[in-house]
Write a protein of this length. Structure first.
Lengths: 110, 114
């Protein structure tokens, strides 16, 4: 089983749609969780951290289920500018190297 | 703050040539990393450093060496380049906060080995 698994997509949605990405991780001792966004030919950028209680940042909501070793990202009211690859990222423990999923590609069309 | 910068942005090498990629960060971060990204493979960790003077191997270290002589710089060296090392190389630095751990990336170096 790969350490961090994501559905590669692509997800093709119209503007205004709600889209959800899922991710599973294999190391039950993992302590830190993130979603990164990567635009074409650019570097990954931190989108949001993911906490056990769930967290929201505007149109973005992240959830963590430690028992199922599952992370999700929900994007509401999709914009054209949301088109990118979304990387699920897991850290064995804070400060050590992060483990990246291969990413899920989102394409939002008008 | 410039954040994380990488030099050069692009480079073409012939097989067997050597080169050094430079990563610099001005955020006073303890942790620094080198990744490579290939189509369909995602980001793979080459080497990392948890502090000045320390380095450790990541997932794909073969063919690469690193040095962290100064806290703000992390160098990645290719002693004898091979076509399999054609890739996009990203450097990152990280900090540990009271709430979480955050990692920031440089803009990348696109390397082609012919």
């Amino acid at each position: 089983r790969k350490e961090v698994e994501q559905d590669p997509g692509p997800f093709n949605v119209p503007e205004g749609a709600t889209v959800a990405f899922n991710c599973t991780y294999s190391n039950s001792a993992s302590q830190s969780f993130f979603w990164y966004r990567q635009d074409c030919r650019k570097e990954p950028k931190l989108l949001m951290s993911v906490y056990s209680s769930g967290n929201e940042d505007g149109r973005f909501t992240a959830q963590l289920n430690r028992a199922s070793q599952y992370i999700s990202l929900l994007i509401r009211d999709s914009k054209l500018s949301d088109s990118a690859t979304y990387l699920c990222v897991v850290g064995p423990q804070a400060g050590t190297a992060l483990i990246f999923g291969k990413g899920t590609t989102l394409s939002v069309s008008s | 703050n410039a954040g994380v910068t990488q030099t050069p942005k692009f480079r073409v090498l012939k097989t067997g040539q050597s080169m050094t990629l430079l990563c610099a960060q001005d955020m006073n971060h303890e942790y620094m990393y080198w990744y490579r990204q290939d189509p369909g493979m995602g980001l793979r960790l080459i080497h990392y450093s948890v502090g000045e003077g320390t380095t450790a191997k990541g997932e794909v270290p073969d063919g690469y060496n690193v040095s962290r002589l100064k806290k703000q710089n992390f160098l990645l060296g290719l002693e004898s380049a091979a076509p399999s090392q054609t890739s996009v190389y990203f450097c990152a630095s990280g900090k540990l906060t009271s709430a979480a751990y955050e990692q920031y990336f440089g803009p990348g170096t696109r390397l082609t080995v012919t």
